[in-house]
Design a protein around this ligand. Sequence first.
Ligand code: MEV
Length: 290
Amino acid sequence: MATWSAPGKLFLFGEHAVVYGKPGIAMAIKPRVQVTVHRSRYAQRPNSPYIAECLDFLNVKGSVYVKSQLPSASGLGSSAAVTVATLFAINDEFQLGYNKEEVTEFAHEVEKITQKGRASATDTYVSAYGGMVLIRGDEKRRLIPPENFSIVIGNTLVPHHTVDQVRKVAEFQKRSPAVANPILDAIGALTMEAMHNFENQHELGILMNRNQALLNALGAGHPALSRMVLAACSAGAYGAKLSGAGGGGCIWALCPRTVRHRVISAIEACDGKPIPTEIDMEGVRKERDQ
Ligand code: MEV
């Protein structure tokens, strides 16, 4: 038996645009997902398409158990964390001998297959390596997380499906490239501006709000997300935006520490669930053998 765990992620800037080669910034967050794999010839096919694909991809038969405190279908990277932890656990249990870089690349491949060919390496890379990362195409740059980065996550409890959201944006881009491409370009430019403004939280908040408006224009919004973003900003957050594929799921708000409790109450008043979190500097890791 092999047990591995991997962190979730918060998409700070650039989701969707990153699928089209633009830059994106994401951060690994607690809580983590824990996956145990053991060899078994007669294992049932798992319900999760990501886990089924991991087993097929590495051509092994085994049972996979998942323990997770990350809400699924919420934009906090639970599918990527499950994929990463499963592949590392399989590599360990079946002694396949792949290195970390290779297994991380397999995780991206598995996401691409499961998401019908469209997935950036962001979620899987962040989950494998932890910390804060800038991704642009094949380029991955680790960033130094700013101090005093006070964030609050709010779950709208509206489930979403990354595959559908990514497909919707792809259809929009194909149908109306003259409209969609400038939006994707603007999100990319805004992500680079954000990268140079991580120490200026006031400015970062403005950029978050612009990114949120552009995500709405792309069709990734949802009334529950808009309501929660507005509520967080009215409660004193510098800015707020959705995280991940949108259409439901979570928002994150950047706020002065002094108004944290007000932002949390605002999320609750929107029938949402605040999620306590912090950056996880550690990526995938082995937990224990049984
Ligand atoms: C999903 O967490 C983020 C998207 O940009 C998809 C991806 O990057 O693969 C919507």
